[in-house]
Design a binder for this molecule. Structure first.
Ligand code: NAP
Length: 246
């Protein structure tokens, strides 16, 4: 029997899985967040916030809290936490599942400039470009050396922090966004290039860019060791947990 499941979150998949577990099973779900936002979204279950102190800290948490299964539903671009999850699960003998939504592929009419790093993405736009950076403020540093381009940088919550790039402004917004709203935003800001991580999921900004004829710079996902069992959706994660007695 599975009694307690820890979900490493920060994604729509983590929220959906927590809600399904609460609504459809007797499993107690705890969602863990890194603490990047001041007002976390309601997950319908217990939340814990902040790092564990590396893989050893996570392994200690799994033991102390008597966790029966660990679901790593962190973002496709989270680099450290999936490694920590694998190491902690192996150390403590707790079964581990990775939930990772499929990457986007270019649809007919879309021609992306594909890059393998944010540094390469930052080197791509021609001088004088007006960029929409949908990469998260934590990933914007490579654009700091581009004093010759203007950048709109989206973040989830308002901030008093100074804008970190030479030219541009914050755009505040929490997904989901409609394609129509994205189109209106790109038009109002006179954007000519969208820079985006290949996170997968909702395609609203890609659809808006295509309809406006904007160039898209697509940053590929980080390479992964394939240690953990893996599914693509919250529903498939629920099925995996059920097969283990959830
Ligand atoms: P990361 O590089 O994998 O993690 C860095 C450190 O942050 C981890 O070593 C861990 O600290 C802590 N951490 C990360 N996720 C955590 C979680 N769910 N619960 C508790 N601690 C966590 O991750 P990141 O790229 O900085 O992303 C941080 C969070 O934002 C993740 O939860 C991710 O799902 C979410 N997110 C990331 C992106 C992105 O583009 N990277 C986009 C959207 C959402 P300790 O070693 O101390 O445990």
């Amino acid at each position: 029997m599975l009694k307690r499941v820890l979900i490493l979150g920060g994604t729509a998949e983590a929220r959906a899985l927590a809600r399904m577990l609460i609504a459809e099973t007797d499993v107690e779900a705890i969602v863990s967040l890194a603490g990047r936002t001041a007002a976390p979204a309601d997950h319908g279950c217990a939340l814990r916030v902040g790092g564990f102190g590396g893989a050893a800290g996570l392994a200690a948490y799994l033991a102390d809290e008597r966790i029966d299964a660990l679901v790593d539903a962190t973002h496709p671009f989270a680099e450290q936490m999936p490694r920590n999850a694998e190491s902690a699960a192996a150390r403590s003998g707790v079964p581990l599942l990775r939930v990772e939504r499929p990457a986007w592929s270019a649809e007919p009419g879309e021609a992306w400039i594909e890059t393998t790093s944010l540094a390469e993405a930052a080197a791509t736009p021609p001088s004088g470009s007006r960029l929409f950076l949908a990469i998260g403020p934590e990933s914007a540093a490579p654009f700091a050396s581009r004093g010759d381009v203007w950048c709109a940088l989206r973040r989830l919550e308002p901030t008093d922090l100074p804008f970190p790039l030479p030219q541009g402004r914050w755009v505040i917004g929490r997904p989901p966004f409609s394609e129509e709203a994205e189109r209106a935003l790109f038009r109002a800001l006179r954007i000519d290039m969208l820079v985006v991580k290949n996170s997968g999921g909702d395609r609203a900004k890609l659809g808006a860019a295509r309809s406006l004829g904007l160039e898209v710079v697509m940053v590929a996902r980080p390479a992964r060791r394939d240690g953990a069992a893996r599914v693509e959706t919250a529903a498939a994660a629920l099925a995996w947990l059920r097969r283990r007695g959830g």
